[in-house]
Ligand binder design. Structure first.
Ligand code: PLP
Length: 379
């Protein structure tokens, strides 16, 4: 057999998927707190958008960059809700937020470049960088700094091979929200070192108090690429629609790159996304309120049980401190928790070495299951 591509082989598997496989293989019922999948049905008007598109025969190839009304609606949305100055030409409709991330990295990164990624951070950042034959380099997010990046730590990771910095707020797995001053400092850091700033904002509409701020607001030199998704905001993960908002030359490159990968995003799903933006937005607030209630119920129970955690300000994850329970091996501890107690969580090390001693618990789970799972963790 000829050689399998080494960089594809080298790319690690997502640790969350490993937990999923084990959970599926167990005979008994499992409380699943490991997956970031909204527990709500897709809103009716979104489904209707897809249905109407199918009925009207919208089942052909469409433009690489997305259908024009959706690109225009996204440009308006990011202008109103994210404070970004964008026209339809700055928008590429992608296969979920993951497609936006891949387009952003693919349009900016050369072989052997270094890309700074958060540690702990969503594992797909490092995986996508590796698939592009570049090198992910972690910058630390530490408990003593509220798990926010310190400019000096990010700067210390910059070398002459660094090409881009990836930031993710509201953060998966941490739930941290980016303060405006830090967003501006990150832009200035990118300016100083002539780097791209790739901002994953797929939880932009899920915050519990403080507003999400888009670093692109402070982009003075056309170096910020912002990645968004419909998946979480509108509970439509399987529709696979996201978008990249970028300077025009980058958006053109990102759209062109879609041709050999996907050609275009599934047309009925794009019409569903258009319906999501044009329809009532109270569904977004309802889901956000439900996540906040679950967060508060979970926090109250963990407080009673004496378990430490980071109170999330956004996204829908709870970062729980099990350093005094897991004996320095949170992965083994999490797998034992699943086998012995029937609770599936994501071990912190899935998100980087900085996650040792922590687990990620998803709030996108029915409240009873969430509280029962946390009680078993505390026990
Ligand atoms: N970015 C982050 C931080 C995520 O957690 C996810 C999904 O879990 C995504 C992007 C991508 O979401 P999707 O491709 O489903 O839109």
């Amino acid at each position: 057999m000829p050689e399998i591509s080494p960089h594809a082989l080298r790319m690690p598997r997502s640790g969350i998927r490993e937990v999923m496989d084990l959970a599926w293989s167990l005979p008994g019922p499992v409380i699943g707190l490991h997956v970031g999948e909204p527990s709500f049905p897709t809103p009716a008007h979104v489904l209707e958008g897809a249905r109407r598109a199918l009925d009207e025969g919208e089942t052909r190839y469409v433009s690489n960059a997305g259908i024009p009304p959706l690109r225009a609606a996204i440009a308006a949305k990011v202008g109103e809700r994210n404070g970004l100055r964008a026209a339809a030409e700055n928008v590429v409709v992608t296969t979920g937020g993951m497609g936006a991330l891949y387009a952003a990295l693919g349009a900016t990164t050369r072989t052997d470049d270094e890309v700074l990624v958060p540690d702990p951070g969503w594992p797909n950042f490092a995986m996508a960088v590796q698939l592009l034959q570049a090198k992910p380099v972690g910058y630390p997010l530490l408990p003593e700094h509220g798990f926010l990046p310190r400019i000096e730590d990010v700067e210390a990771a910059v070398t002459d091979r660094t090409r881009a910095i990836v930031v993710n707020f509201p953060s998966n797995p941490l739930g941290a929200v980016l303060p405006a001053a830090l967003a501006e400092q990150l832009c200035r850091l990118a300016d100083e070192h002539d780097l791209w700033l790739i901002s994953d904002e797929c939880y932009d509409e899920i915050t519990f108090g403080g507003e999400h701020v888009s670093p692109g607001r402070w982009d003075e030199q056309e170096r910020v690429l912002s990645c968004f998704s419909f998946s979480k905001t509108y509970a439509m993960t399987g529709m696979r629609v996201g978008y990249l908002v970028a300077p025009e030359a980058l958006a053109e490159t990102g759209a062109k790159m879609q041709e050999p990968l996907i050609a275009c995003v599934n047309a009925p799903a794009q019409f569903a996304a258009l319906a999501a933006l044009e329809g009532p937005q109270d569904v977004v607030a309802e889901m956000r309120d439900a996540y906040r209630e679950r967060r508060d119920a979970a926090a109250a129970q963990l407080d009673r049980d004496g378990v430490g955690y980071l109170l999330p300000q956004g996204a829908f994850y709870l970062w729980v401190d099990v350093r005094d329970r897991c004996d320095g091996d949170v992965k083994a501890w999490s797998l034992e928790l699943l086998r012995e107690r029937g609770v599936a969580v994501a071990p912190g090390t899935t998100f980087g070495a900085g996650g040792e001693g922590w687990i990620r618990v998803s709030l996108a789970t029915a409240t009873d299951d969430l509280l029962e799972g946390l009680a078993r963790i505390a026990a």
